[in-house]
Ligand binder design. Structure first.
Ligand SMILES: NC(=O)c1ccc[n+]([C@@H]2O[C@H](COP(=O)([O-])OP(=O)(O)OC[C@H]3O[C@@H](n4cnc5c(N)ncnc54)[C@H](OP(=O)(O)O)[C@@H]3O)[C@@H](O)[C@H]2O)c1
Length: 512
């Protein structure tokens, strides 16, 4: 197991040697991936110089340290280190962990210039994991957190020429390009954007255009109507340039800003594919929240969705969160040891250990059929229908064919006094809405390559390959999907059924 290896390999680990005494700022640690990166650093890299967390205040906690203690330190992600080495955990938190109340989207993180300058001087590296991962975010918000805030990260690097910047991006900046996707700068799939000699795309005019469109919406709408317009604007602009959604479009824009601002400096872009539950660390199946594929799994388990647009032969690219955290730490150690270079790594499974959408569905179906009762937070009973993936045209035909009679019947029942919509109609709407958001991801015609990441792992040597594994070939998909991921979802991401059912019954009684 990794903890024993950690002890055995410490003396010869290049990663540990390179990160010893280094001070690293991390954004996004209230989120899924950020927590796993932080946990691994505490448990496996205890001689790191310091970890600085940039955390914004929220409704409950205005102060970063309080928010950390209540919302991060209490997470089950730390159960392993808390139990195996409580002293290490406590001493790390008091001696090495620095919580900074700040906002990555504001100039100087909202800290004031002096404090920002001092922070820059204190650091050796920054890992920027904060993002809005909402595929249909309002354009102004997505632009602020996924694109424009990178100016603030770049400013930190301008104040400290030795700072290594590691940007967590996504393989899906690839947008609508098909085929093999290399660990390189991505060309927009649809609309041409001027490219620099250095390779990055010149996006300033495009961003200014998006901002003027946002302002125009703001001058005409407000409240919910404005939000809806800005969501639609994001999707429209993303698709015009060659991306399926606002999230991936604005992440691609962010990459371009950083690539330009950090010419001649140290910049590492790590692009994970779809991040799912941990393969092994801190615990097999550890996950937070219901992620991309899980929203569909959950809707199926609750018998809301059984038909979905998808290409069974397409390769779905899923990567366990611990492999992503390891890739980030491996790339970070390279960046602090060999700065002044721009590097791009993809943390993915599609080229090295592909699994098709069809195989993915079949494994999950087999487990649901055989062992649904073992996942009581997920399945309330044995699923009565199989989950079927059909091509988009068939899906659209079936859905539009079913909608007309269902809407008609629903209208009649409503007029006769029914208080709620027909369950079938509600399910159809859930299916359609999930298909709109995720349909692009279930019909892949691209393969993300990760040769550079595997080469980095090889260069790091055997000890670090076992301390910080990144290779998706370690995944036995059947075992992972059936026994690790479903169990993890059930244990970590979903609440027990009982509490929910009681609430629903009370609610129904009150309404009746
Ligand atoms: N999840 C995936 O499948 C996936 C796949 C590929 C790449 N990635 C990338 O991995 C990174 C982490 O993703 P995740 O899944 O961990 O996301 P997550 O769980 O949604 O966490 C997002 C983090 O970003 C912060 N954040 C969001 N909006 C912000 C804002 N306006 N200002 C400041 N902070 C903000 C959140 O802080 P608050 O708690 O304060 O909101 C939170 O810490 C992202 O860069 C994402 O693009 C994720």
């Amino acid at each position: 197991m990794a903890s024993e290896q950690t002890v055995a390999g410490t003396a010869t680990s290049q990663v540990l040697k390179r990160l010893k005494g280094k001070r690293v700022l991390i954004t996004g640690t209230t989120g899924f991936l950020g927590k796993v990166v932080l946990e691994k650093l505490i448990r496996a890299v205890p001689e790191i110089g310091g970890v600085y967390l940039l955390i914004r205040g929220n409704r409950k906690f205005s102060d970063a340290r309080n928010r950390f203690l209540e919302e991060i330190a209490t997470s089950s992600v730390f159960d392993r280190v808390r139990e195996s080495d409580p002293e290490l955990f406590e001493s790390f938190l008091t001696e090495k962990l620095h919580c900074i109340t700040g906002e990555v989207t504001e100039p100087a993180f909202g800290l004031g210039q002096d404090a920002f300058q001092k922070l820059a001087g204190d650091l050796d590296a920054v890992i920027n994991s904060a993002a809005s991962v909402n595929f249909q975010e309002a354009l102004d918000q997505a632009l602020t957190i996924n694109t424009l805030c990178l100016d603030n990260i770049a400013e930190l690097a301008r104040l400290n020429a030795g700072l290594a910047v590691l940007q967590v991006s996504t393989c899906y900046v690839n947008g609508m390009n098909s085929g093999q996707v290399a660990e390189a700068i991505i060309k927009p799939a649809r609309k041409s954007i001027p490219q620099s000699e250095q390779g990055y795309y010149k996006v300033e005019a495009l961003i200014a255009d998006l901002q003027s469109k946002i302002e125009s919406e703001r001058s005409r709408y407000d409240g919910k109507a404005l939000e809806k317009r800005l969501v639609e604007l994001g999707l429209r602009e993303a698709r015009r340039y060659g991306w399926s959604d606002t999230y991936t479009f604005t992440k691609w824009l962010g990459e371009q800003l950083l690539l330009k601002a950090l010419q001649g400096r140290s910049l590492t872009i790590v692009r994970p594919s779809i991040i799912e539950s941990a393969l092994e660390e801190p615990d097999s199946g550890w996950i937070e929240g219901v992620k991309v594929a899980d929203a569909i799994i959950l809707a199926y388990a609750r018998e809301k969705v059984s038909l979905f647009p998808g290409n069974r032969a397409g390769v779905i690219d899923v990567i366990p969160v611990d492999l992503v955290a390891n890739a980030i730490i491996l790339a970070l150690s390279e960046a602090v040891a060999e700065p002044q270079a721009q590097r791009i790594y993809q943390c993915s499974s599609g080229s090295s250990n592909p699994i098709t959408i069809g195989e993915f569905i079949d494994h999950l179906m087999a487990e649901a059929k055989a062992n649904y009762a073992a996942y009581d937070h997920l399945f309330y009973r044995k699923p009565s229908k199989p989950f079927v993936a059909v091509n988009r045209t068939v899906f659209d035909l079936v859905v539009s064919g079913a909608r007309l009679p269902l809407s008609f019947t629903n209208g009649v029942l409503r007029r006769l006094g029914s208080r709620s919509d027909l369950k079938w109609l509600r399910n159809l709407e859930t299916t359609q809405s999930l298909a709109t958001i995720f349909g692009f991801y279930t019909a892949p015609d691209y393969i993300f390559c990760n040769d550079q990441l595997l080469a980095l792992a090889k260069r790091s040597g055997e000890v670090d390959q076992s301390l910080f594994p990144v290779d998706a070939r370690a995944i036995d998909w059947e075992l992972y999907l059936r026994k690790i991921h479903l169990a993890g979802l059930n244990r970590y991401a979903l609440k027990p059924r009982k509490a929910k059912r009681v609430k629903t019954r009370q609610h129904t009684r009150r309404a009746a």
